[in-house]
Design a protein around this ligand. Structure first.
Ligand code: 8OZ
Length: 357
């Protein structure tokens, strides 16, 4: 029977185990330019024993940025930086996908070209504050994208996907979770459009499907994953009926035969989660299912044995344990993660967590 240590084929990608490193924003790219650097090469190479690494969320365009020092995938310098990351991961026998990201309204003019307003499906200001280079600042009311701007947005996704291919990644994951642009289109709390991208569930799902279709033309759908977070209220996101919405999303993704569907099964912002049946979502989806959300080794093995998930993505445990796979294998204790060094800083709390002797 399969467990976390069994190999797995996700589309075209062969994993040596089912322990996936989740995408983790760490804010350590070189500024200006938001370029992957030597510190990041070391960090990813240290974690290459994961069956698959999913890169930190990576903006596809200057307008897709919403936090300081996040590495992008829209310049030649960024491609050159990512190449070194990928070569180091591959040299250690690992596999790595790039996560394609656009933050939408979760940004601030100070992070955007010419102090532009962030873009979103509708001009609805998120509650809360943006992380900027000068500290926390209140979110602003974003500008609603015009219908005739969607082709240029898709072109940004296409170019990001193409640059990721040129860099040498093993595949790409479309970030449709955690309250960012695609999630903002999916949900009726943030999408009040009256064009073909708003209104019905099918219309709100249209942008995701067009992005997946665009990116799949570059990569082949068997090297494309999608990440969703049906009950995560992070970034002030809400839908009146997440079960109906995400059941539809799963069914709409079926015909692509993607490498995998990656589902954040918890909320990141505290509070009482909306009722949601992940088994129902899983039954609606016919391909490989990657589960994420506070799993440990025992629950990871159990969720694979049950058939609910094919693999499990671990976030915080991979921050603190570069050799998480070896530690799980040996039943060794895990290092504790230091929250204060999660977002930004130096090698401290990034590349200095010890591996087993
Ligand atoms: C935490 C802090 C900043 C960004 C996500 C990219 O939630 C993120 C993120 C998480 O997907």
């Amino acid at each position: 029977m399969a467990d976390l240590f069994s190999p797995l084929k996700l589309g075209r990608t062969e994993l040596r185990n089912r322990i996936v490193m989740a995408p983790l924003t760490r804010n350590r790219a070189t500024v200006p330019g938001c370029i992957p650097n030597a510190m990041m090469v070391t960090y990813y190479a240290q974690r290459a024993s994961a069956g698959l690494i999913i890169s930190e969320a990576t903006p596809i365009s200057p307008m897709g940025h919403g936090y300081p020092a996040t590495p992008g995938i829209h310049s030649a310098e960024q491609v050159a930086g990512w190449k070194k990351v990928i070569e180091a991961v591959h040299a250690n026998g690992g596999k790595i996908y790039l996560q394609l990201w656009h933050v939408g309204r979760i940004s601030h003019p100070s992070l955007l070209p010419d102090n532009a307003l962030p873009v979103a499906p509708s001009a609805i200001k998120p509650a809360g504050q943006a992380f900027t280079y000068t500290g926390l600042q209140d979110f602003v009311t974003p500008r609603a994208l015009e219908t005739n701007e969607i082709p240029a947005l898709l072109e940004d996704y296409r170019r990001g996907a193409e640059l990721a291919l040129e860099a040498g990644f093993d595949g790409v994951e479309v970030h449709a979770a955690n309250g960012y642009l695609i999630d903002q289109f999916l949900r009726d709390g943030t999408n009040q459009r009256s064009d073909q991208y708003g209104g019905s569930i099918a219309n709100r799902t249209r942008l995701l499907i067009e992005v997946v279709s665009t990116v799949s033309k570059v990569w082949g759908a068997d090297r494309v994953g999608v990440r969703l977070s049906p009950i995560n209220p992070f970034n002030d996101i809400l839908d009146s009926n997440p079960q109906a919405l995400f059941n539809h999303v799963a069914e709409a993704l079926n015909p692509f035969n993607l490498a995998y569907l990656h589902v954040v099964e918890v909320g990141m912002a505290g509070g009482e989660p909306q009722p949601f049946d992940f088994n129902e979502l899983r039954r609606a989806y016919r391909g490989n299912y990657m589960a994420n959300g506070s799993y440990d080794k025992a629950r990871g093995n159990a969720v694979i044995a049950s058939g609910h998930a094919d693999c499990v993505a671990y976030g915080v445990p991979f921050i603190a344990n570069p050799d998480l796979v070896e530690r799980f294998m040996q039943g060794a204790a895990l290092n504790a993660a230091d929250q204060s060094s999660f977002y930004g800083g130096t090698e401290k709390g990034y590349t200095d967590y010890p591996a087993l002797a």
